[in-house]
Design a protein around this ligand. Structure first.
Ligand code: G1P
Length: 914
């Protein structure tokens, strides 16, 4: 991606692996970097080695924190050096003295270097002549371990005598105990010292699970260069910091006190806040000389086998080897997709975006400093969004994931919202919070359609799956008092058998029920909220017009899919739970779609016929008739929306109203107090078929006028003023923040995607480029490479790393910008690259997986490189000319041609544009 204005990036990329460097990283607040593995270790690290280390909500090694604590807390992974004659200095920069010097002359110089997924800070104090380099990573594999290597170098001219001490607080318990009995739970601590460090195994765990015997252990261990053990230990925090001291000015270091527990450890302390306090032997460094230390942070299910752990991780040789292994591991993961355009930095930036969906899979929406909520689980919406990226990055696993996910659908078209650890495991809500997010039913088909296009696997639709059942029915409006948890959470037939239906049946149900579940303006009810979790105060009368558009587009696409199914399989009929035929009203007694009461009556009849159970009898329906019914519903909605929900701005353009509030009032339009407009309201009509082609330019113009802000990009909404108690908590947020008028990446990327889809490439490009430019403008965004959840009023990138927008960005780059996408299994090439995306040789390329093969698609513009002026002229596969099969969108390459290629190598598709 190119950009017109020069980006004064604080960081810059240093190679081709996503590696970057940033000077004085500690002069920017709120920065943190993720370190994680598939074994469940989840860390974050700031430039001063703050952050947290945990393997879950109940097992924090360090104190759980929120982003403010990164600079305000004194607890960190500290590594102290007592310099004879000079006093205490922190190699992580975290001493009271260094913190006080931050704006002055005597401040340390620091440099951050980082890559996939490692973090290195070099800090030097010129006056002292001391340099410290600290590298951190979480080794890939199944161990819950984080490693740190500290190299101290005499960078001055005089000999230095140093006494190093690692000091990492061991919180060792559940996040719940931070506020609830923090002190009492410290009394549970059993703190062991041994040859290499300190280990804590609390006797009991006090958290929401009750008071139970605890087995989990937490430890900090270390060794000096050559394997030398620490010479003493400070296992108790209060003894280390001293009376009146603190973690950033600890008496034991400042006064260079000898540890009470000497070499070899062996002593046990009980009932205090613990510290991984490791004293290393005094050393003398001549100018230019270095000495290194490895520190291991570990969480284990039971007591830690320290000798084994240290043999594996506790040496510089092991550290260096594992670091290389780790770099390779992450590079391979990310490099399944690679972009090459005329802007190298933008391509490198995309590597970090590509990593983000993986991070979201590993952290959920919790455990990074901004994500100071939740317990690590993922929501229903995220489950489906994450699959979008997986379809690009790890396509082999997606089929079974999708199949499993459908087991969460209830017979009323809603779904389970508590998602278990295992794929396909959904848990009944025992907290009794009856809530339906009305958008939930719309996403699965979008993701499934992408899967069908990428794979051509239409059989998937006919695969059977169970349904979810708990005590909620009729979209949480009624309770099934007969249901007991012991009865299990699978839907059963009248005869008590577990009922299964096809995936197609699940999808139809999810999209048909909402059609009837309308509010007083005949749009689908907002219920608990839609995509915008913050629109949660209009459950009675609120309507989501924008998701009405989404559901309608699904109905039309489903209708077309049924026709394809008929053509491809030769099948003529479709089997559905007999109760569902009610929802296909035109097959029997047609309902007047203008009549809200008639729609409600039908829905009530359906709920009564399938009250948390089904008969088990299936009806055979003609595919064609079902398809007609769906199309009829879709067309009705499109006409309804275009007629009733179009806002004429009076400025020569217009847009779609997105919502009705809980007082039944239209939310968007020109009001006395100003313009009220949402981006969400535009995205779903554009993404599907609801916005008529002639409306698109008008919407684009209204968005530019009302929502685009040079400083922060495309806002989620204009300033409504007031707190909108009849709409949702989002409007309680200050304007320009999060779900109230910030640039919310997820919606912005979807807007960009929609514009590309509708052929508004220049406009779409501007949208995607704004995301890159804003995120990469470090002076303002103050974030590392990647896409943030949102950009706030000041332009700062917020909630970095964990956001569904990354999946959408990746998807949009591959399938829209580069136009490499499936069409029911065949490969469609439909590039929408603009001139500045081609390099100096007029080339742009992408490496991606399709049909189980790694493909490198290289576009070369032999004539104009401007979108709209070129066409695919010729295609060569591994050097051999491919006979072009032109379709309206571009060029099709048949799947059979690709799947005949050998696996395990990259195949070259050279595409000439002229
Ligand atoms: C987050 C949630 C997403 C929700 C959105 C708007 O966005 O994860 O499910 O739709 O807020 O409320 P994300 O951080 O994924 O971009």
């Amino acid at each position: 991606m190119n950009h017109d204005h020069k980006i004064k990036s604080g960081w810059s990329f240093t190679g081709n692996n996503g590696d970057f460097r940033l000077e004085q990283p500690d002069r920017s607040s709120f920065l943190y970097f993720p370190l994680v593995n598939e074994g469940g270790m989840m860390s974050s690290v700031s430039p001063k080695l703050h952050g947290q280390v945990t393997s879950g909500h109940n097992t924090f090694l360090t104190p759980p924190l929120s982003v403010e604590d990164l600079h305000n807390s004194r607890a960190s992974r500290n590594f102290w050096v007592y310099i004879a004659g000079q006093g205490a200095w922190s190699a992580t920069g975290d001493s009271a003295r260094q913190n006080a010097a931050v704006y002055g002359e005597a401040a340390d110089e620091s440099l951050l270097e980082a890559g996939l997924l490692w973090h290195k800070v070099t800090r030097e104090n010129k006056e002292l002549g001391l340099n410290a380099q600290i590298t951190s990573f979480v080794p890939c594999g199944n161990d819950k371990v984080e490693l740190m290597k500290v190299v101290l170098t005499n960078s001055g001219t005089k000999e230095l005598t140093l006494t190093p001490t690692a000091a990492i607080p061991l919180y060792a318990r559940s996040a719940d105990d931070l506020r609830d009995h923090r002190h009492v739970t410290s009394l549970l601590n059993r703190i062991y010292t041994s040859a290499y460090g300190v280990e804590v195994q609390p006797a009991l765990s006090f958290d929401e699970r009750g008071h139970r015997v605890n087995h989990t252990s937490y430890g900090v261990f270390g060794a000096a260069e050559g394997g030398a053990q620490p010479v003493g230990f400070f296992p108790v925090q209060e003894e280390f910091i001293g009376e009146g001291g603190s973690l950033d000015w600890p008496e034991a270091v400042v006064r260079n006190l000898a540890p009470e527990i000497g070499e070899g450890g062996g002593r046990v302390k009980e009932g205090y806040e613990a510290l991984g306090g490791l004293r290393f032997a005094e050393i003398t460094l001549a100018p230019g000389q270095s000495h290194s230390y490895v520190v291991v942070l570990a969480i284990e299910n039971d007591r830690i086998g320290v000798p084994v752990l240290m043999a594996k991780y506790g040496s510089t040789a092991a550290f260096d080897a594992l670091l290389e292994e780790n770099k390779t591991f992450w590079a391979e993961k990310v490099n399944t997709v690679e972009f090459h355009t005329g802007d190298h930095s933008a391509d490198e930036w995309m590597k970090w975006v590509t990593l983000q969906p993986v991070l979201r899979r590993l952290y959920g929406n919790s455990f990074l400093p901004y994500h100071d909520y939740g317990r690590g689980g993922r929501g229903w919406r995220d489950l489906w969004q994450d699959c979008l990226a997986l379809l690009i990055m790890e396509p082999a696993d997606v089929r079974s994931l999708l199949l499993n996910n459908y087991a969460g659908v209830r017979i009323d078209g809603s779904n389970a919202t508590i998602i278990g650890q295992q794929p396909g495991e959904f848990i009944a809500d025992r907290n009794n919070i009856p809530r339906v997010w009305m958008d939930h039913g719309a996403w699965p088909f979008l993701t499934t359609m992408l899967y069908l296009d990428q794979s051509g696997d239409l059989d998937f639709l006919l695969q059977e799956q169970t349904y979810f059942r708990d005590s909620f029915m009729s979209r949480c409006k009624e309770r099934d008092t007969s249901w007991e948890p012991a009865a299990g959470s699978s839907l059963r037939t009248a005869a008590g058998e577990v009922y299964t239906g096809t995936i197609l049946e699940h999808i139809l149900l999810q999209n048909l029920v909402p059609f009837f579940n309308v509010g007083e303006h005949n749009n689908i009810l907002l219920e608990g909220a839609d995509w915008n979790d913050g629109l949660d105060m209009a459950a009675q009368r609120g309507e989501s017009v924008t998701f009405t558009a989404f559901y309608a587009s699904n109905l039309l696409d489903l209708s077309r899919l049924l026709i394809t199914l008929k053509e491809r399989t030769g099948g003529d009929t479709l089997e559905l739970a007999e109760e569902m035929t009610l929802l296909l009203d035109s097959l029997g007694e047609s309902v007047d779609y203008e009549s809200i009461t008639a729609k409600h009556a039908l829905l009530d009849r359906f709920y009564a016929t399938a009250p948390n159970k089904v008969s088990g009898v299936r009806a055979q329906l003609k595919l064609e008739q079902v398809a007609e019914d769906l199309a009829r519903k879709a067309e009705w909605i499109f006409a309804h929306l275009r007629r009733n929900e179009w806002v004429d701005s009076g400025h020569g353009d217009g847009w779609f109203n997105g919502y009705y509030n809980n007082d039944g009032e239209r939310v968007e339009g020109e009001f006395a107090g100003g313009t009220r407009m949402t981006l969400t309201g535009q995205v779903f009509p554009l993404l599907g078929h609801a916005a008529a082609p002639e409306q698109i330019a008008s919407i684009v113009s209204a968005v530019e006028r009302n929502l685009f802000d040079d400083k922060i990009g495309y806002r989620l909404n204009s300033n409504f003023g007031g707190i909108q108690q009849n709409l949702g908590r989002a409007f309680g947020f200050a304007f320009g923040h999060k779900e109230n008028g910030a640039m919310f990446s997820h919606m912005t990327v979807m807007y960009g995607n929609a514009l590309y889809k509708r052929g508004f490439v220049k406009e779409g490009r501007k949208v995607l480029d704004s995301l890159y430019s804003l995120s990469a403008d470090f002076e303002v965004s103050r974030m590392y490479p990647g896409i943030p959840e949102y950009i706030n009023e000041q332009g700062r990138g917020m909630y970095t790393y964990l956001t569904g927008s990354a999946s959408w960005m990746l998807l949009t780059m591959v399938t829209e910008v580069f136009g490499v996408k499936g069409k029911l299994g065949d490969l469609l090439l439909q590039p929408k690259l603009v001139k500045e995306q081609f390099d100096a040789e007029a080339r742009a390329s992408i490496k991606t997986i399709f049909a189980g093969r790694e493909l490198k698609v290289v576009y070369t513009a032999t004539g104009s490189a401007e979108y709209g002026e070129y066409q695919i002229h010729a295609v060569k596969l591994n050097g051999a000319e491919v006979t072009l099969q032109r379709v309206s969108e571009g060029v099709l390459i048949s799947r059979s041609l690709l799947s005949a290629l050998p696996e395990g190598q990259v195949h070259l598709l050279e595409v000439e544009l002229a």
